[in-house]
Design a binder for this molecule. Structure first.
Ligand SMILES: C[S@@+](CC[C@H](N)C(=O)[O-])C[C@H]1O[C@@H](n2cnc3c(N)ncnc32)[C@H](O)[C@@H]1O
Length: 584
């Protein structure tokens, strides 16, 4: 068997673990909002036999248009942790290997990490983490050394996170046995092998398959059989399962640091208006081995409703969302956001009314250059100027995203220059690509903070964070963890000691200074905590971010108290008639 052509013409395997369907679910009442969706949905009882971590509150059902999915048996409140599982496998991306523990995925910020002396590639918090990981790492360690020796350059000395993660999965399939529940769950993940037609994706799958085989150190394709891979088709299935069922491994503040796989969580279908979210809150509440993957309800989910998460960034406009969903997940999204009446303006693609009447105009494009305010009906005068600005913004975003890790100054120059162009073209802060540029600009500004932080840099960071938060609040529901994290960052920036506060304190500018700024910080942190309790789960106390925010609230409260006492003491010294006029 050659690995050169992995796009096998074999029919999908008849050996399916999910082919037995029980009779249809009990018919929901016509008045239920879920009723019409549930009608074409069937209970799928077989998989539950090996999904040992499936809680009693959920069940697996199958629908015609999206395959298997997870459905609730009972009403779940916003902020409920629906699922909490250890992923089957995870791998840190190459640039995070020396800054995060390869066993528990914790960042170095608190203590320095220890490097594995064998492969000199993976790092651990301490001996205990290294010991925990040794069972998996022992074979990986020599594979990493062999790979590095054969690498044509230093840049290619470590295989990608996908190759390392697949390597771990295959080694575990071998050690646990093909008939173990663990392996069955992996095999039961959905494969899109039959839909692989685009040359680019065939090539990407082939390349990944070659790399995995090389990484495992196999000499003959027949050696793959002990990993449950008996043909080229099986190998393509495995790669396809991996690409459509992986999740980003993220730090508590949601920055991606690698890939992770949980077959149970992967049963959840997609919506651009999700009712749940997948994250790694690191609440420290359970003694389970981190990283722990949680699925949290973003709003109340009714009994008999499907749990839906977003596979993609839902702040993107429809065309971009649909492109990724079609290319990576092979379906056309039919969610309410994607199907909504095109005459309703989407804040992801909107301009302020040029007359500033408070209304918005749709972002013009080549097909629809005419754009008028939904409120006062005035038309925008220079649609082609807006289109140019948007195109320049997208190019700058792509370039600055690429440059942020290798040329920070250039990346910051780009975002600094292009944001005013988009603002003067009239884009709202929620409009793409302005929202994404604001996020990137904020992170570039904050990462340039030093001991000699200037008031100007701090204030510019706060203004950017405020615009970004305002933009997010129109495209993401309250309680969405991305909103919570953005609010927490804004609150923390407002709480930073002002390097050169204005005297007397300014209250009418943004950001204000002195006590007004501290009060704003306090109120923003309170709002952040409320949202984080939903997005990261009430049971998790809002996760690590929510717990940090709670600590910041306590210190802001103390600081505000000092201010209030200081003001009261000062007022005690004021003559009585003046004090009376101040209402004291
Ligand atoms: C992570 S899996 C979800 C579980 C999957 N339905 C199953 O049966 O295993 C992702 C795949 O589910 C299907 N899917 C998920 N959400 C969908 C949706 N909203 N509409 C149609 N298909 C969907 C697509 O085939 C997608 O590639």
């Amino acid at each position: 068997m050659s690995f050169a052509d992995l796009k096998s013409k074999r029919q999908p395997s008849s050996k399916s673990y999910v082919s037995v369907l029980s009779p249809p679910a009990s018919v929901p009442t016509q008045s239920s909002p879920q009723a019409s969706r549930s009608r074409s949905v069937q209970h799928d009882t077989t998989p539950g036999e090996f999904y040992k971590q499936l809680p009693a509150s959920l069940e697996i059902r199958r629908s015609e248009h999206s395959g298997r999915g997870l459905w609730t048996r009972e009403c779940l409140k916003a902020g409920t942790v629906i699922l909490s599982v250890e992923p089957h496998s995870f791998a840190l991306s190459n640039q995070h290997l020396d800054s995060h523990c390869s066993s528990c995925a914790k960042a170095t910020s608190t203590s320095p990490l220890m490097r594995c002396s064998g492969c000199a590639t993976v790092w651990y918090c301490n001996n205990s983490c290294q010991k925990t990981d040794w069972n998996l790492h022992k074979r990986e360690c020599s594979a990493l050394q062999t790979w590095a020796k054969a690498a044509p350059s230093d840049a290619l000395a470590v295989p990608s996170d996908a190759v390392r993660c697949l390597g771990r999965i295959l080694r575990q399939i071998k050690s646990k046995g093909l008939d173990s529940d663990w392996s069955k769950e992996i095999q039961a993940m959905q494969s899109h092998r039959v839909s692989l037609q685009q040359p680019a994706s065939v090539e990407a799958h082939t390349h990944l398959a070659h790399s995995v085989v090389r990484y495992l150190g196999l000499e003959a394709p027949s050696e793959l059989a002990e990993f449950g891979v008996r043909s080229a088709g099986d190998l393509v299935d495995l790669i396809s399962r991996f690409s459509t069922n992986t999740f980003a491994l993220t730090v508590p503040s949601l920055t991606p640091i690698g890939v992770s796989v949980s077959p149970l969580v992967a049963l959840i279908n997609h919506s651009c208006l999700p009712n749940a979210v997948v994250l790694f809150p690191r609440s420290g509440k359970y003694n389970a081995k981190e990283p722990i993957m949680n699925v949290v309800a973003l709003r109340e989910i009714a009994a008999e409703e499907e749990v839906l998460t977003a596979y993609i960034d839902t702040t993107l406009p429809k065309s971009q969302r649909q492109k990724v969903l079609e290319e990576t997940y092979y379906f056309t999204c039919q969610c309410l956001l994607c199907k909504r009446d095109s005459t309703i303006i989407d804040p992801r693609e909107a301009l302020w009314c040029p007359r500033r009447c408070g209304g918005m105009c749709p972002l013009p494009n080549e097909e629809n250059p005419l754009s008028r305010c939904t409120n006062c009906k005035v038309t925008i005068t220079d649609p082609y100027g807006v289109m140019d600005a948007t195109r320049i913004g997208q190019e700058a975003l792509d370039k600055a995203t690429f440059l942020q890790s290798c040329d920070h100054t250039k990346a910051k120059q780009l975002t600094t220059n292009v944001i005013p162009i988009l603002l003067s073209a009239g884009l709202t802060p929620s409009c793409h690509p302005l929202l994404a540029l604001l996020k990137l600009h904020q992170s570039l500004l904050v990462s340039s903070f030093s001991d000699q932080l200037s008031q100007e840099l701090l204030d510019e960071s706060i203004r950017t964070a405020a615009k970004y938060t305002a933009g997010l609040s129109t495209v993401l529901d309250e309680g969405h963890p991305v909103r919570g994290v953005a609010l927490a960052e804004l609150g923390k920036l407002l709480a930073v000691d002002e390097p050169a506060p204005s005297s007397p304190p300014q209250t009418n500018t943004f950001p204000p200074s002195g006590p007004a700024r501290l009060k704003m910080a306090y109120e923003t942190l309170l709002r952040a905590r409320e949202e984080l309790l939903v997005g990261f789960g009430r049971d998790n106390d809002g996760g690590e971010v929510g717990q940090n925010v709670r600590d910041s609230i306590v210190s802001s409260e103390k600081e505000l108290g000092v201010w209030t006492t200081g003001v009261r003491n000062a007022l005690e010294d004021i003559p009585r008639p003046v004090r009376a006029s101040l209402g004291r």
